[in-house]
Design a protein around this ligand. Structure first.
Ligand SMILES: [Fe+2]
Ligand SMILES: [Fe+2]
Length: 148
């Protein structure tokens, strides 16, 4: 059970690392009059997502796992790749929504594995709440762009 839990926490760890990469790039690459609030929100999220990765790394270690190195990394976040159109704020917002939905699904799945591990459950619930906030914020941005 613990091995399966460590595997899921490691998966979440990589998701958080990839998220920081893509929010860092998107928070830098976007241009135009509509870009600034999105860039600022993403730049703030870079710090939150790296803290999520730190919390997961600590928990993997406490459970007896090994936090992997970069050679084990494989990227999956296709919808977060830079667009040739640097003003395409909506594409970034949709990419973030995909990404936050994936994180939410992953934490919910992991929480179900935590029956006799309330500490890991508590950590995952905290991170889940953060991702739900991120999702709601970007759903609001999308709503605004689609209803101008
Ligand atoms: Fe996160
Ligand atoms: Fe997030």
């Amino acid at each position: 059970m613990s091995q399966q839990l460590i595997a899921e926490l490691t998966r979440s760890y990589w998701m958080e690392i990839e998220t920081t990469m893509n929010y860092l790039s998107a928070s830098t690459n976007l241009v135009g009059v509509q870009a600034e609030p999105i860039k600022q929100a993403l730049a703030a999220d870079v710090l939150e997502e790296i803290q999520h990765a730190q919390a997961l790394a600590r928990r993997i270690h406490i459970l007896g796992g090994t936090v992997p190195g970069s050679m084990d990394f494989s990227a999956v976040q296709k919808s977060m790749q830079p667009n040739s159109e640097a003003t395409d704020v909506v594409a970034v917002i949709k990419g973030v929504i995909d990404n936050e939905e994936a994180a939410i699904a992953q934490y919910k799945k992991t929480i179900k594995l935590c029956e006799d591990d309330p500490v890991t459950e508590d950590i995952c619930v905290t991170l889940l709440a953060d991702e739900e906030e991120h999702l709601r914020l970007f759903q609001g941005y999308l709503y605004e762009f689609e209803n101008r």
